[in-house]
Design a protein around this ligand. Structure first.
Ligand code: GDP
Ligand code: MG
Length: 203
């Protein structure tokens, strides 16, 4: 019979918008810089938290200078999600800050397209190791300077110099407690990723 060996025509798929692109982003930085706060403020789903109360046992180990108000600490990760328009959904993984949990960072970094390194402007050195981690692995990142108590005593450029960051790494002043501010930091990261992809394609 004519045409019997032809494959049946594919059923017409209902017109549905393409599924959004899913992208994994890490929120990193030192102990108490506002990582859990940022994932919580920006996530459109109730964030998964793995916080435990700080206990007396950690007193000698965890440096609470400047963040005396901190009561809990992330022991595995924070997880949240935010959609950027219809085409992009970011899955956010907040890393644990204390050095004794750093063995998890390599696993968390698998498949991550980029990172936000949060810096507490009063203790920038607490985020040096995070910056180093992403630089060494070639994972693109932006720096979010979390102004505790809404204060930003230094302009972004001064912080870039203090952290010895190259020109292409964006430095943004932010407030991790504010959804709009945290979202702006993530959008800056996406822009930076797009710029990097565009210049790689052009070369
Ligand atoms: N005043 C103020 N407190 C903040 C800000 N960001 C975080 N915090 C507080 O600082 C503490 C440490 O924040 P957290 O998100 O747990 O830090 P993490 O260790 O990086 O996850 C918590 O008590 C937060 O409520 C901020 O921008 N301003
Ligand atoms: Mg945390």
């Amino acid at each position: 019979m004519a045409g019997s060996d032809r494959a049946a025509p594919a059923p017409t798929a209902p017109a549905s918008p393409a599924a959004p692109e899913a992208v994994k982003i890490l929120i990193a930085g030192g102990f108490g810089v506002g990582k859990t706060t940022m994932v919580g403020s920006v996530s459109e789903i109730a964030p998964l938290r793995t916080e435990e109360p700080l206990t007396a046992a950690g007193l000698d180990v965890d440096d609470l200078a400047g963040i005396e108000e901190k009561r809990d600490t992330t022991v595995a990760l924070d997880f949240g999600r935010i959609s950027i328009g219809r085409e992009l959904v970011l899955y956010l993984f907040g890393t644990p800050g204390q050095q004794r949990f750093w063995f998890m960072w390599n696993d968390l970094a698998i498949g991550a397209l980029g990172a936000v390194v949060l810096v507490d402007v009063r203790r920038p050195e607490s985020s040096f190791a995070a910056i180093d981690f992403f630089e060494r692995r070639g994972i693109p990142f932006v720096v979010g300077v979390n102004g505790f108590h809404g204060r930003h005593p230094y302009p972004a450029e001064e912080i870039r110099e203090a952290l010895a960051l190259p020109e292409h790494v964006k430095v943004l002043l932010c407030d991790a407690r504010e959804r709009a501010s945290s979202r702006d930091v993530l959008i800056a990261l996406i822009d930076q990723l797009i710029d990097a992809a565009a210049s790689a394609a052009a070369s």
